[in-house]
Design a protein around this ligand. Structure first.
Ligand SMILES: NC(=O)c1ccc[n+]([C@@H]2O[C@H](COP(=O)([O-])OP(=O)(O)OC[C@H]3O[C@@H](n4cnc5c(N)ncnc54)[C@H](OP(=O)(O)O)[C@@H]3O)[C@@H](O)[C@H]2O)c1
Length: 261
C-alpha cells in the first residue's frame, strides 16, 4: 500500500489551489476563500506572473505557496504536480480561474490567439482538474470559471463562448458524477466583470461602451460564487440582468437569442 492510501484525510495538509491568482477574479478567490472554507491550512497560488502572485499572497490570511508557471506548458505544470506528490495534500478547494478571451471575428483573431483560448480555458482546466481529483475527498469543492457566454454561441466572441460552453458542460457532468463521492462542483457564469480581463480581450475589437455600464464588481461575483459552492449549488449566476439572460436562453428560441446577442 502506498503512503497516500495509508494517510487519513484528517492528517493531510488541507489546501486550496487557485489558478489565475495573480489578477482579477482569481485574486479575489484567493483572498476570500477562508471566509467560506475556514479549515484550509494553505492556499496554493498559480499564475505566470510571480510578482503579482507574491502581491496576492501578502493579503491571504493563511499560508501560501507560489507556483509561477504557464498552465498550458506541461513541463512547467510538473512543478505543481511534483509538489502534490510530495505533500500529498487534501485539496478542499480547487478554483480554476485562469483564462483568457479575445473579442473579434474568428478570421481576424490570429490562429495562435484562437488556440490560446482553447488551451488555457479548456485543456489546462481539464488537465489540472483531472490531476487534482486524486487528492480530493468528501466535502471538497471545485469552482470552475465559465461565463454567461457559455449560455449561447456568440459571434465576435466565438471561440471564447465555445470554450466556456465546454467548461459549463464539463462542470455540470462532473457535478453529477462526483456527487456520490460528496465532491461538489460549481460553474460560475458571470456577465462582464470589471477586471483586467478586458486589457487582453480588446486586442482585436474594443468592448462596446454600453457593456461597460453593466459590468459587475469582481468582489460580489466571487462572494456569491463561494457562497453557492458552500451551498453545493452547481451553478452560480450573479446579478438580476444575468439571471434574466440565463432564463431567456433557456426559454426562448435559440435563433431569437442569437439575434439578440
Ligand atoms: N472579467 C470578465 O468579464 C469575466 C466574465 C466571465 C468569466 N470570466 C472568466 O473568469 C476567469 C478570470 O478572469 P478575470 O476576469 O479574473 O481575468 P484576468 O484578470 O485577466 O485574470 C486572468 C488570470 O488568468 C491567468 N492566466 C492566463 N493565462 C495563463 C496561463 N497560460 N497560465 C497560468 N495562468 C494564466 C492570469 O495570470 P498571469 O497573467 O499571471 O499568467 C490571470 O491571473 C477567466 O476564466 C475568465 O474567462 C471573466
Amino acid at each position: 500500500m502506498t503512503e497516500k492510501t495509508n494517510k487519513k484525510s484528517n492528517e493531510r495538509l488541507k489546501i486550496a489551489i487557485v489558478t489565475g491568482a495573480s489578477s482579477g477574479l482569481g485574486k479575489r478567490f484567493a483572498l476570500y476563500s477562508h471566509m467560506f472554507f475556514p479549515d484550509i491550512d494553505e492556499v496554493w497560488l498559480v499564475g505566470r506572473n510571480e510578482q503579482r502572485l507574491l502581491h496576492t499572497s501578502k493579503f491571504v490570511r493563511s499560508n501560501t505557496r507560489i507556483f509561477a508557471l504557464d498552465l498550458t506548458d506541461e513541463d512547467e505544470l510538473k512543478g505543481l504536480t511534483d509538489s502534490l506528490k510530495d505533500v500529498d495534500p487534501d485539496i478542499r478547494l480547487l478554483i480554476n480561474s485562469a483564462g483568457c478571451g479575445y473579442m473579434g471575428r474568428f478570421d481576424v483573431i490570429s490562429t495562435e490567439d484562437n488556440i490560446r483560448m482553447v488551451d488555457i480555458n479548456c485543456r489546462a482546466l481539464t488537465m489540472l482538474t483531472s490531476i487534482c481529483i486524486n487528492y480530493m475527498h468528501k466535502d471538497s469543492r471545485i469552482i470552475n470559471l465559465a461565463s454567461a457566454a457559455a449560455f449561447i454561441c456568440q459571434s465576435n466572441f466565438a471561440v471564447y463562448a465555445a470554450t466556456k460552453s465546454y467548461v459549463l458542460s464539463l462542470s455540470d457532468a462532473l457535478s453529477k458524477e462526483l456527487r456520490h463521492k460528496k465532491i461538489y462542483v460549481t460553474a460560475v457564469c458571470p456577465g462582464a466583470v470589471n477586471t483586467p480581463f478586458f486589457d487582453t480581450a480588446d486586442k482585436y475589437e474594443k468592448i462596446k461602451k454600453f457593456k461597460k455600464l453593466f459590468m459587475s464588481k469582481e468582489k460580489y461575483v466571487v462572494i456569491k460564487a463561494l457562497w453557492d459552492s458552500k451551498k453545493k449549488k452547481n451553478r452560480s449566476v450573479y446579478g438580476l440582468h444575468m439571471k434574466m439572460f440565463y432564463l431567456a436562453c433557456k426559454l426562448l428560441p435559440r435563433k431569437l437569442m442569437m439575434m439578440f446577442v
